[in-house]
Design a protein around this ligand. Structure first.
Ligand SMILES: *[C@@H]1O[C@H](CO)[C@@H](O)[C@H](O)[C@H]1NC(C)=O
Ligand SMILES: *[C@@H]1O[C@H](CO)[C@@H](O)[C@H](O)[C@H]1NC(C)=O
Length: 496
């Protein structure tokens, strides 16, 4: 039995099987009969089951079954798996019995007539791929595998010189080139290693593959390169992409400094704004009608000045040292690993008592320290955006980003505007006493909410895989990541 790790791909919406089957059948008279039969089965299954149904037909040799169809409007699925004979006869002998199942699936709902047309096309391409695979499978040559859909894959035998027909193999190769294949080379264990092509251009088909050699796009986790001893052998026209959400001065990115990466990385998805696709942890959206609140009452309820939730104390930004010095001019309550305050029953930890802590923050504190652990240009983490979800507190920021450029200036206090931690503390102390000024700023801040940053990353990449444009390569990716001035040591901690 041959089995493969499941990977994932979503195809453009395939909303009607009839649409998919029609042209397929007309284009391939040889399978027309089978199609008719198939469609019959599908309608039958549609009538009987509300959810997915497997229709299963079995022959001794190779056969295919199209199965599943939720109301024929949402889902059709294809997978092929091959198995050797039950008695365990070696695969390379001619006695091998193969049983193939064919299942094709696309998820999602009908969106437009355009989606139908594209679904039809996708289906036709896949079907031809499968037919091609069927015809060459018997030669016993090794398979390549395209991975389509949730836990279903598509085995392909794309070897040339199959004795069936060279013509067919040529056609098949052409069809295959219509599907651009993605491969995650070194994903973080447990992290998602498939790309979502749900909302992509319907004329561009992309899928995950299990084979790095055949991939059109290889994605590397920039923070995990130290685990990579040798880079994959690069196929011509393969696109290499480096990605990471981490701040680029992370020590693990030292491993990007290797000669074999020079002139290899085409695109990047990193926190820098000049990355091909910058990583943003959030965006602020101005609300059309901010919630009306009794701000005087809110102000009266605030018993304390400053809170800070933190779990890692010793960081490149030296924020702990900074806060300790601030504490000479203003009270700061430190929650979490690095302080003595707790909220909820386990203190503040990510995924712990977050709601309870934010509630307390909202009611009892005037300011919240959104201090980054590292000072790198453009890097603003979720620590900042999280309090734009209905928390009545003014953010005090300290980081490497240009907050003034990125956000309205009357909704936050930027430590960068102060020569020392002590002077920041003094300012906060006075602002916290000035009810009018404080309420004005809080009201402004509450006019914004955290919005989801929608990225087109996978679709853009899919598009580029198809067009090969625009061409780009980082001469020295490491140098770009660690260029002087990208990250820096704190400059606001000089002794007074
Ligand atoms: C926590 O309490 C201990 C003992 O009272 C004190 O020495 C320490 O400085 C406190 N830590 C912070 C971060 O306030
Ligand atoms: C990607 O980089 C390779 C190696 O430098 C190069 O040959 C290729 O043209 C680049 N592709 C794109 C799309 O930029």
């Amino acid at each position: 039995m041959k089995s493969y790790d499941a990977q994932y791909i979503r195809l453009p919406q395939l909303s009607s099987l009839t649409l998919g089957g029609g042209p397929l059948c007309s284009r391939h008279r040889s399978v027309a009969k089978g199609c008719a039969l198939l469609l019959g089965f599908l309608c039958f299954s549609w009538l009987i089951y509300a959810s997915r149904v497997y229709l299963f037909s079995q022959q001794r040799e190779s056969n295919s079954v199209i199965s599943g169809c939720e109301g024929c409007s949402t889902s059709v699925s294809i997978s092929i798996s091959s198995s050797s004979s039950p008695d365990g006869v070696a695969e390379n002998t001619k006695t091998t019995t193969q049983r193939d199942e064919l299942e094709m699936q696309t998820l999602g709902n009908r969106k437009s007539a355009g989606a139908d047309a594209s679904a039809e096309k996708t289906y036709a391409v896949l079907q031809r791929l499968v037919n091609g695979a069927e015809s060459t499978r018997r030669t016993g040559t090794p398979h390549q595998k395209l991975l389509f859909n949730d836990r279903h894959d598509l085995d392909l035998d794309l070897d040339e010189g199959s004795d069936d027909s060279a013509e067919k193999s040529e056609e098949q190769k052409q069809e295959k080139s219509q599907v651009k294949q993605f491969f995650f080379f070194n994903p973080r264990p447990g992290a998602r290693d498939w790309a979502d092509f749900d909302d992509c251009d319907e004329d561009r088909i992309c899928a995950m593959t299990s084979s790095v050699e055949d991939a059109d796009v290889v994605l590397f986790n920039a923070a995990r390169m130290k685990h990579v001893e040798s880079l994959p052998k690069r196929r011509s026209n393969q696109i290499w992409v480096m990605y990471s959400r981490e701040p680029p001065d992370l020590p693990s990115m030292d491993a990007l400094d290797r000669p074999d990466l020079q002139n290899q990385v085409n695109y990047s998805r990193m926190v820098y704004s000049d990355s091909t696709w910058p990583v943003l942890y959030g965006v602020l959206e101005q609300m059309a009608s901010p919630p009306e609140k009794d701000y005087e009452n809110i102000f009266q309820g605030k018993r304390y000045d400053v809170a800070w939730f933190v779990s890692h104390c010793d960081r490149p930004s030296k924020r702990m040292e900074y806060v300790r010095r601030m504490m000479s001019t203003i009270d700061v309550h430190i929650y979490g690993e690095c302080g003595n305050w707790t909220c909820g029953d386990r203190g503040y930890t990510m995924g712990g008592q977050k709601d309870e802590c934010l509630e307390k923050l909202s009611q009892e504190y005037k300011f919240y320290l959104s201090f980054e652990n590292t000072l790198c240009r453009d890097y603003v983490s979720e620590k900042f955006f999280n309090i734009f979800e209905g928390v009545d507190v003014i953010p005090v920021v300290r980081g490497g980003a240009d907050y003034r450029k990125l956000f309205p200036s009357d909704i936050l206090v930027d430590a960068n505007d102060f020569p020392s931690p002590e002077s920041l503390g003094t300012y906060l102390h006075f602002l916290g006493q000035d009810e009018t000024a404080y309420i004005k700023m809080l009201r402004n801040k509450n006019g914004y909410k955290k919005g989801r940053y929608k990225t087109n990353f996978f679709c853009d990449l899919c598009e580029r895989a198809h067009t090969g444009e625009p061409r780009h390569v980082y001469k020295d990716f490491y140098k770009w990541v660690r260029a002087p001035g990208n990250c820096w040591k704190p400059k606001d901690l000089d002794p007074l």
